[in-house]
Write a protein that binds this ligand. Structure first.
Ligand code: ADP
Length: 167
């Protein structure tokens, strides 16, 4: 597996699957989630609604992942995963690691070979970037998967630099 770092907008990536840092409602939000729905179009939300009406009536639990179409994005699938909200008193790192592991498990089940990840939980959910980068990289490195190309897409120079140092 090749792990690469890219600075930029995840919605501009051409890959088999783009991972969305979603929230459990699957109904969209800010940050990566907002950008994915905005650029991917209404088909993604339609499939999310169907998931809420079937398998995930109470929402997608933290640490889990589920795929939908990628709509108009340059990808075949969006894999939605729900990161934990950072807490300084409660160690939620296992849930954050689970997001990366479960997303790659879903990618494997779909036959995806290239996957783009954002830095899950490091935006609105408040996870410190350096710790988020460490968890992301160590989790992905330790997995056995048929995905050949794992790309971390970091929105700004700071996040890119932190991931680069952690890599
Ligand atoms: P969370 O709720 O899991 O914290 P956010 O979407 O708020 O998710 O942020 C996750 C990370 O993604 C943050 O580091 C944020 O800067 C970054 N980010 C926001 N928009 C984009 C984008 N379009 N492409 C890539 N990364 C993005």
């Amino acid at each position: 597996m090749d792990i690469t770092l890219v600075q930029g907008d995840i919605t501009a990536q051409t890959v088999d699957a783009i991972v969305n840092a979603a929230n459990s409602s699957l109904m969209g939000g800010g940050g990566v989630d907002g950008a994915i729905h905005h650029k991917g179009g209404p088909e993604i939300l339609e499939e999310c609604r169907a998931l809420r009406a079937s398998r995930y009536g109470r929402g997608l639990p933290t640490g889990q992942a589920v795929a939908t179409t990628a709509g108009r994005l340059s990808a075949r699938w969006v894999i939605h995963t729900v990161g934990p909200v950072y807490s300084p008193v409660d160690d939620r790192s296992a849930a954050l690691a689970s997001c990366y592991r479960e997303s790659l498990r879903v990618a494997d089940s779909l036959g995806a070979r290239s996957v783009a990840f954002p830095a899950i939980s490091t935006g609105i959910f408040g996870w410190p970037l350096d710790d988020g980068a460490r968890i992301a990289l160590s989790t992905v490195r330790g997995l056995s998967t048929a995905v050949e190309d794992v790309r971390f897409v970091l929105f700004d120079e700071e996040a890119y630099g932190v991931f680069k140092a952690a890599l």
